[in-house]
Ligand binder design. Structure first.
Ligand SMILES: C[S@@+](CC[C@H](N)C(=O)[O-])C[C@H]1O[C@@H](n2cnc3c(N)ncnc32)[C@H](O)[C@@H]1O
Length: 341
């Protein structure tokens, strides 16, 4: 996302953004926490935010999606091919899907990227699925939402909901900028660092009462949280954490679920990180008492069109299709109605 020229003071949550910048970006000696996976130690050291006299001169996130339409007609053609090829998978959610695209466009997001399509498709489908199980979420917990695009879309679909973003501080800073730019008149809070609670727009610091709450993963274990969430979401994120964090978040979800809560989890079936950590979807600490609503390969997360070289082509009936690329491994998504307390 390109926000060069944006002033920090223009953001609805400027103090929170400044505090995250101070802790996770501006110090020269910032070192990723021990608990970061090898993947995120590397990625976060490559993310870059530059500020001069209160103005962003560079915002370059690394490893959490591309939301700027690439230049050049051939790249745009790839984007269009993504939409055409996924159209049949989205037929039942077209109105919500288009509405999601409209909101992304209004937020200045380039639509001709696979990530924009994927997030709009996911938001539209999530609304359908959780509606079917009778949940209209009031408190949503996004674990590892990158820029916060899915959280942004869910807030558009459920305007009365409160959204809590938990992520490593380095990425959370990008998320706080995107959300603060697009929701100027809402209330925000930051839990941590060092257990300080910061609030903006005269709201109480508690999760329950602010529209958006940001919690750095680095601080979350030292925070006493009273919140109860009726929807937890983790997309393409547990597949890049250490097994310690996966177990910790599963415990967190059990501790903070409400009387009727759902957990949507979409991650790679199997992934090995550069440091050798092995992440296996089936080995996450699932609980047999939860009700599985579905458990399958996501229909909108199978291929993408790209001119990128060195990636395997997607096979249709065993035939490799030019420019249609496959991911490095299959994904799986599971929606759970959590066992009630
Ligand atoms: C590949 S990105 C996916 C972002 C977004 N969910 C999407 O689908 O585009 C992985 C996300 O997991 C986050 N993450 C990594 N380690 C984490 C941790 N220990 N706790 C919370 N989030 C973490 C990253 O910062 C990033 O936001």
């Amino acid at each position: 996302m390109i926000y060069s020229g944006l002033k920090i003071e223009e953001l609805g949550n400027s103090h929170i953004v400044q505090s995250l910048l101070d802790q996770f970006h501006l110090p020269k000696d910032f070192e990723p926490e021990q608990g970061y996976s090898s993947h995120w130690k590397d990625r976060s050291s490559r993310s870059l935010i530059k500020v001069e006299s209160g103005v962003f001169t560079q915002i370059q996130g690394e490893g959490f999606g591309n939301f700027s339409t690439p230049p050049g007609w051939s790249n745009k053609l790839m984007g269009l091919l993504n939409y055409l090829s996924y159209a049949p998978a989205l037929i039942w959610v077209f109105p919500k899907f288009f509405l999601a695209l409209y909101h992304l466009r209004k937020a200045g997001i380039g639509l001709l990227t696979y990530d924009s399509l994927r997030q709009a498709a996911l938001a539209a489908n999530l609304a359908k699925w959780i509606g079917k199980i009778g949940i209209s979420p009031k408190q949503i917990c996004m674990i590892g939402d990158g820029y916060g695009v899915l959280g942004f879309l869910l807030k558009q679909i459920y305007p009365k909901s409160k959204i809590t973003f938990i992520d490593i501080g380095n990425t959370l800073t990008f998320c706080s900028i995107f959300i603060g730019k697009n929701f100027n008149n809402n209330s925000f809070s930051l839990l941590g660092p060092s257990s300080t609670k910061m609030r903006e727009k005269n709201n109480s610091p508690e999760v329950d009462s602010s529209d958006f709450c940001f919690i750095p993963a680095e601080n979350i274990r030292s925070i006493e949280l009273n919140a109860r969430f009726d929807l937890f979401i983790n997309v393409a994120s547990m597949q890049e954490m250490t097994p310690f964090w996966i177990s910790w978040y599963f415990e967190f979800i059990r501790k903070h679920k409400s009387s009727k809560s759902a957990f949507y989890c979409c991650n790679r079936e199997y992934k090995t990180l550069p440091g050798g950590e092995e992440l296996i979807f089936e080995k996450y600490p699932w609980d047999a008492r939860d009700k599985i609503i579905f458990d399958e390969e996501p229909r909108f997360y199978r291929w993408f069109f790209s001119r990128e070289l060195g990636r395997k082509n997607y096979l249709v009936f065993g035939i490799p299709i030019p420019f249609m690329k496959s991911f490095d491994g299959r994904l799986k998504h599971r929606l759970l109605l959590l066992n009630s307390p």
